[in-house]
Design a protein around this ligand. Structure first.
Ligand code: SF4
Length: 440
């Protein structure tokens, strides 16, 4: 019997801008097991957050999911929608992209919750923190009261209901029990004096406390899947560690599934069971922590690991060199040359998207590589020709190949009758933050 809670097949999310179509996520497959922490790691602009928002149905105009299926494993939901939408049901799985919007909306806060990057802009400044968490609890209570009726969940938690509770003081939208539960949740995430703090407004909280409060709010619905989008980015290092400890403890306690989005490999090493490395809207390498940290194949994964600051010191580094281990960071930081590519459809081309930054680009890389099995566990998959053949200098592309090719394409676009100009590539550099934390 499967333990998967979420299966994403062929997901593509596009943004239709004045500059053209942006392929933020392309043909992405993902499988997440119940109770695991799955990490997605990559540079800014690689499509991590758009993937997370697509899963939880939070893509806003001008973006939309243009292709794919998102299968969520939930017996009760499958039973509730089977009669009206049989095409959306496969056993206990429901394709969330085949059910009405109101059904997907009913799952937010109850089956799926999200911790956003910036808690200060995510809380309503005009309501107390306690009120906002209590509302989330109330949603869960009403949903639990009508577990088989997705319609009832949304009707009860509607704008009309909110307006009535405002104009009729005797009609309380949030029950006393929900308020008490909100205080319990604040206590659970380590907010001191939770009874008093529940009556304070977001601006009265520090950044770390507000992030904890957001975690409390996300837990209010007792979600099956918690999506944490860069949950510690806005925090200083000490508070980051506290928040990660808290998430770790809560995950162990509740057994919930976490989809963790981060650009920090130290966070991945510390928190995750499996990981996907994302680049230009695709997962280019995926597997267990051992696959990705020890048996990686993709040069981008190697680049990310090479940009982790060394916290082990020269002795450990020499020992690792002696054992001829693959690099995990250490010594001089090696930034990945260049920048993430434009995801504009007309500029993406048909080659490996990492080719212009890859130190091992060969002629074989001029067509887009499929996913190959990696050398590690059964889970290990990699979108790189190096999974099937050795790098040879004889087949290597000249170092300025893409500078010339890209400039020639740009010149041709601007002046179809013009002559090609030789241009040397500019080599900007970027790194990915990492703490090189201990693997759990
Ligand atoms: S397919 Fe080629 S260019 Fe792309 S990452 Fe692999 S070796 Fe580098």
């Amino acid at each position: 019997m499967t333990t998967d809670i979420l299966r994403v097949d062929g997901l593509s999310t596009r943004f239709f801008t004045e500059q053209g179509q942006v392929n933020a996520v392309s043909d992405l497959d993902l499988r997440i097991e119940r109770g695991e922490v799955f990490g997605i790691v990559g540079e800014s602009g690689s499509g991590k957050s758009v993937t997370a928002r697509s899963v939880i149905d939070l893509i806003e105009s001008p973006g939309r999911i243009t292709d794919g299926e998102i299968w969520f494993n939930d017996d009760g939901l499958a039973e509730a929608v089977a009669d009206d939408h049989p095409e959306a049901v496969d056993g206990s799985f429901v394709n969330l992209l085949e059910v009405p919007e109101r059904v997907r909306r009913s799952l937010r806060g109850t089956s799926f919750s999200m911790i956003f990057q910036d808690p200060e802009s995510s809380f309503n400044p005009s309501l107390t923190v306690g009120e906002q968490i209590a509302e989330a609890v109330e949603v869960q209570r009403r949903a639990s009261a009508n577990p088989r009726s997705t319609r009832a969940k949304t009707r009860e938690y509607s704008l009309g209901s909110l307006v009535l509770s405002t104009v009729l003081p005797s009609r309380k939208y949030v029950s006393e029990a929900s308020r008490e539960r909100a205080i319990e949740l604040l206590e659970l995430v380590g907010i001191p004096d939770p009874v008093e703090r529940a009556d304070e407004y977001p601006h009265e909280y520090s950044g770390g406390m507000l992030q904890r409060a957001m975690i409390a709010q996300a837990l209010a619905g007792e979600p099956d899947v918690l999506v944490a989008d860069e949950p510690t980015t806005a925090l200083d290092v000490t508070i980051q560690a506290q928040v990660l400890d808290l998430l770790d403890d809560l995950q162990e306690e509740t057994g919930m599934t976490i989809l963790l989005i981060t650009h920090n490999l130290g966070v991945v090493a510390r928190m995750c069971d499996r990981v996907g490395v994302m680049y230009a809207g695709e997962i280019v390498e995926r597997g267990t922590l051992e696959d990705v940290f020890d048996d990686h194949v993709h040069p981008y994964t190697e680049g990310l690991l090479g940009s982790i600051p060394d916290l082990e010191g020269p002795t450990a580094r020499r020992a690792a060199d002696d054992r001829a281990e693959k690099p995990r960071g250490g010594g001089r930081l090696e930034p990945i040359p260049g920048n993430v590519p434009s995801l504009l459809d007309r500029e993406m081309g048909d080659r490996c998207y990492f080719a212009d930054r890859c130190p091992k680009a060969m002629e074989d890389c001029l067509s887009h590589p499929p996913e190959y099995d990696g050398a590690g566990s059964e889970e290990h998959e990699v979108r790189c020709v190096l999974a099937t053949r050795e790098y040879t200098e004889a087949r290597a592309l000249p170092t300025d190949y893409f500078g010339k090719a890209d400039r020639a394409a740009a010149d041709k676009h601007a002046d179809p009758d013009g002559t090609e100009t030789d241009v040397q590539p500019e080599r900007a550099e970027s790194t990915v933050e990492g703490t090189g934390g201990e693997r759990r």
